[in-house]
Design a protein around this ligand. Sequence first.
Ligand SMILES: C[S@@+](CC[C@H](N)C(=O)[O-])C[C@H]1O[C@@H](n2cnc3c(N)ncnc32)[C@H](O)[C@@H]1O
Length: 382
Amino acid sequence: MVFPVGGQQLFVGEGDFSLTRSLFEHHSLPKDAIISCFSEDLTEEAAENAEYLSSAGISVITGVDATCLEKHPDISRHTFDYIIFNFPHTGHKMKIQLCRTLLRNFLCSASSLLTAQGQVWVTLCAGQGGTAGEVAPRAWSDSWQLTAQAAAAGLLLRRLEPFRPELYPGYRPTGNRGRQSRTFHTGRGVIHVLVRGAPLPLDRLADRLDAGGRALLLDGAPLPLAQYWLRRLPPADDSLAALIVSRLTSAAAAVRRRLLVRHEGRLFRAEDAVFESAGDDSVYHPPAYQLDMSFWLDGGAAADESFSWARLRRALRAVLGEVLVSLSRLDEYTQPDSGRRACTVRLQYQDLSSPLSYEAARRLHVQVLPDILSHALGVQPR
Ligand SMILES: C[S@@+](CC[C@H](N)C(=O)[O-])C[C@H]1O[C@@H](n2cnc3c(N)ncnc32)[C@H](O)[C@@H]1O
């Protein structure tokens, strides 16, 4: 796999420009591509390659911070079909958190300049991405957690490709500022291709409900979550049709959208062919988050015989749908003085069709889950 052909392209974080020079000489780097590097201070090789590209009519810009592209006076005037960062790194050794932050901030910035169908390409060294698609996957906790950083930027991983340096004659991997002469190991590197996704609309949901929840038009809500909120609209809104457009991922991974209408207290559902999408919309290695919750076992349904783990599971599934991947019982606890019993459960959240960031999963956990527990089961969170 070589880099994309055509479209408006932006390269960030270039080292000595040997990759883009190779793409120009041996592949088909478009003449209107913009090539940039972080440093203002170029080595001899970098200056020579930059000069070569500029004289071929390609725009080369130095001193570009990939984490705030939208603030750059020249770059921010464009939108891009491809934004490409080859082997990002802050240059700090053993500071994985700094690299995660660089990745997250770059992806957030890049997504703001992406066309609707645009893609971000990030090449990482072997194991750094943390997906199971690697030749030798690294523990998630020891990785840059690429899909979680992408989700925070509203992006989904669509494809993984091996980085094959032999396709780019003349490319010389170049280390960070101050260590320009140092190279690094690109073997088993992985290109991650990311696209936009519609995030869970938790904020908009909450805002709309606070404002009276008259009409909702939501893009990207999992259907069960949408149904849940729709049922909670005040009865006064029955005379108005409330619409929720919910995106569903079918087994064939083709995205279908459904129109859900509440009218006079009843839910109606209709396939909306207008939104039918035939493309390959599969999402690779979506991030998953484990969060724990404790609740008292002596209130509501938990106090009578009808309470069961199956019932709890059903209530959670009805609202969270496929976003809830697993539910397991961790611990039971009896308060010594009162004899009250409590229980701790572990939930795993994952969304196969929208970018689910850690923050969104946490909001689901602390805002929506307690509501489900008390409304559906009368159980009080601890
Ligand atoms: C490991 S080097 C890779 C260089 C080059 N892309 C290559 O493939 O040889 C990491 C690069 O990330 C760049 N970088 C680090 N922080 C950056 C930032 N905030 N914005 C743009 N580039 C950054 C460094 O300047 C350095 O060139």
